[in-house]
Design a binder for this molecule. Sequence first.
Ligand code: PEP
Ligand code: MG
Length: 320
Amino acid sequence: KNAELATWRGRPAATADGVGLKLMLNVGLALELPQLERTGADGIGLFRTEIAMLARSSVADVAEQADIYARVLDEAGDRPVLFRTLDLGADKLLPGTVTEEENPAMGWRSLRVGLDRPALLRRQLRALLLAAGGRDLSVMFPMVATASEFRTAKSLLLAEAKRIRPACGRMRIGTMLEVPALMWQLPELLRDVDFISVGSNDLLQFMFAADRGTPSLYDRYDFLSQPVLDLLEQLSVAAWSASVPVSLCGEAASRPLEALVLAALGITTLSMPASAVLPIKAMFAQVELKSFQPVLAAIRRGGGMGLRDPIATWARERGL
Ligand code: PEP
Ligand code: MG
């Protein structure tokens, strides 16, 4: 089975009817980078910068951070890398940063810390720019809840960029979409972002008010449900008309049925753990997306939370 999967490594990801996909990696440590070659992934769709800081129990200084990020860019070569700025707090705490909060997942975390402690965020942005040297640089901000938070974060990056030489190549600045409120700010947001990456782990947690870390809730709310698919379709349509690329980097991207549905909704750039890349690529190669789309539309007309069973039946009948 593994040998069979390995044959997919060098082939581009596409469906049987020729719809191209980009399958990217979620990584957090430089030592995971050989997975790019091993899986033949199209790039890094989510580099979780906080992981290295958690591993060393502190936020590295500018030079040390620049070293880490430069190594990532070196290793990725021509393949794109999306760096996500520090997403600390909630389940990812550094010693000494523990705050007393009733609901840390909804508390002072992530970009909120960066905006309140701009020196910390600016140091990271400077490190990213230094690491890029003259190369292209893509940066995204986590846990953005308002279009204006995004603009503030973007302006910090642009201010740093003015001071750093050599200037980086093409700079792309995007947001994660993990807070549902952003959906009602899309016209404003889409004017300012170069790309959007859906963080479905947090997005589902906040949509259903269900802690992502509580196992007894895992089966209660399904990604393959009307609320989630309606949201993703609206996002996909709005972003497409604004020519803003949308990808998804939550765990859902690594599950075959979810990946299939995302592609059917027009979200064809998926970022996932390394172990999922070849199985997902093999799955897509067997799918006629054009024949699945009307099936999905009919299933969605039924509405509700239980879309998984009929989708799974369709997939099973095709040996997926
Ligand atoms: C997410 O929330 O879906 C995501 C990709 O980010 P993280 O899992 O690091 O919160
Ligand atoms: Mg998240």
